[in-house]
Design a protein around this ligand. Sequence first.
Ligand SMILES: Cc1cc2nc3c(=O)[nH]c(=O)nc-3n(C[C@H](O)[C@H](O)[C@H](O)COP(=O)(O)OP(=O)(O)OC[C@H]3O[C@@H](n4cnc5c(N)ncnc54)[C@H](O)[C@@H]3O)c2cc1C
Ligand code: SF4
Length: 555
Amino acid sequence: MNQPIERECMEVDVLLVGAGPATLAAAYHLMKTCEARGVEAPAVLVIEKSAEVGDHMLSGACINPRGIKELMPDFLEQGFPLEYVCDKPQTHVFFPNAHFRLPMNLPEFSKKNYLVASLNKIAKWLAEKCEALGVDIYSGFAGDELLIEGNQVVGVRLGDMGVDKDGKHKGTFQAGMDIRAKVTVLGEGVRGSLSKQLVSHFGLEGDNPQVYETGIKEIWRVKPENHVPGRVVHGLIPHYLTNAFGGMWLYDMQDNLVSFGVVTALESGNPFNDPHLQAQKLKTNKWFRKLFEGAELVRYGAKAIPMGGLTAMPKLYANGALLVGDSAGFCNAEKLSGVHMAMKSGMMAAETILEAVVQDDFSAVTLGGYAERYRTSWAYEEHWKARTQHASFAAGLPFFFVNEPVRRFLTDGGGLVGQPEFHAGHQAYKKLSELPPEKRTAEEFEFDGVLTFSKEHLVGFSGTAHEADQPSHLVVADTDLCSDVCTEEYGNPCESFCPAAVYEMMEDPEVPGKKKLFIHHENCVHCKTCDIADPYQVITWTPPEGGEGPDYTNM
Ligand SMILES: Cc1cc2nc3c(=O)[nH]c(=O)nc-3n(C[C@H](O)[C@H](O)[C@H](O)COP(=O)(O)OP(=O)(O)OC[C@H]3O[C@@H](n4cnc5c(N)ncnc54)[C@H](O)[C@@H]3O)c2cc1C
Ligand code: SF4
């Protein structure tokens, strides 16, 4: 039996969870503003679950420069890792066997002068800037549990290390430390596990539930003649709309690399909705065949994106805690742009924290100043303009096509939707019995191993590594439900939506003829799709041991 656990405790003033653009901008802005105002800097600590800062970063990334310019006006002189500045924005339309380029860009894809970059490199660069200002950054440490005393968040407990798959302590066991802080800033990115605890404990839910897309990203090295610096392609995929909402991007990077990706809404009626498959199928269009001829696949990964916009954002603060970046839904879904919004949210959080430090009051009364700052910021204006976009889509395609011109060009984002209302994505699934017989099984597709690849093959390109002998970090509350109910009702969507082949229904060795869920947790690329998309909401993504997961170099 395991002994009772003694935990070390550490105290800081400000604890930031996750080293993404939101928290790193917060830490940088806080230190810089203290310096400018002659205020003694608080003790600031950032914890990050990946082995090195940036290793779990996955983004397009074609970035609106507004955020970084405000954070660091001389960012280019300071060595911002720029690939190219977009000077050739293009909008394309892809059908299975045809393709054309629109003569003009749609407004949301007019990204002239946006910065094409790798978020992995940006996080590393920004972390160095923060450390130079006195911020401590501990990578390889995952926040496992929010520490709450009374009605106040008082810090975070780190995950234990060295526990075997049966929950027993190994010789290498190390109890996760408690980090106590006056204010804890959650910037865990999309569907944060601690952020979920915060929202549920304090009842911070927004008017609508958050909704998501899953982005599949691949980096390819193309032949030099196929490389076009400054090119930024966004694509519409009309045939896709019968299955799910989504689109594609392609951005050129240095060294003949291209960032290619497909995003797929996680609110399809089809329980076999498969973001990875959509990306593979799109590449068979002859435009991609030509582009990727003689090209080499370099990296693969996946991550969810919050798409609900303004009305799906939770309340941004509680006693002792703030939510920033994707964890709070700071993403301009219309433009697939979240980095500048994440940075802005971090800056607004930093200004609020400074006020709290000066007043020595970290209650919701002072921290509520963050929400006020947001309401008078350009980030709010962006969200306001797109406020009914998701509701427009959720009302169904015929309405969407009528409403969109009204929303975009006549009503400053209002459209014909009265109260923008929508439901959680998993509620859209139809049961197999409601589908025509030919749609009751997952689509078959033959991967050619040259341009299109299976999930199992692609995971090898994500650099993912997890210790096998540890409890699965994918916690399924009731696995009997998977075999007894889900197989019949929905056909086990987990086998389709997971882009890393983590979930597999296999013959149960103990009950012949019956299938049982196997979880290949070692493959997990931390995209969070399962936590979002399972029809019964019984899957909870929790952090594995710190330092494990994908290695998203260049992503
Ligand atoms: C496929 C895709 C394409 C995109 N394309 C673009 C684009 O072209 N342009 C653009 O502007 N935006 C784009 N975005 C959105 C943008 O990447 C995000 O909005 C932005 O990265 C959010 O920043 P963040 O700091 O909130 O979170 P993240 O960048 O996700 O960083 C969160 C960090 O927290 C860490 N973390 C999470 N939980 C814990 C924990 N419990 N303990 C310790 N660490 C933890 C994670 O490992 C991660 O490093 C895209 C997103 C996706 C998924
Ligand atoms: S197990 Fe969940 S978080 Fe991990 S790759 Fe699959 S869907 Fe994504």
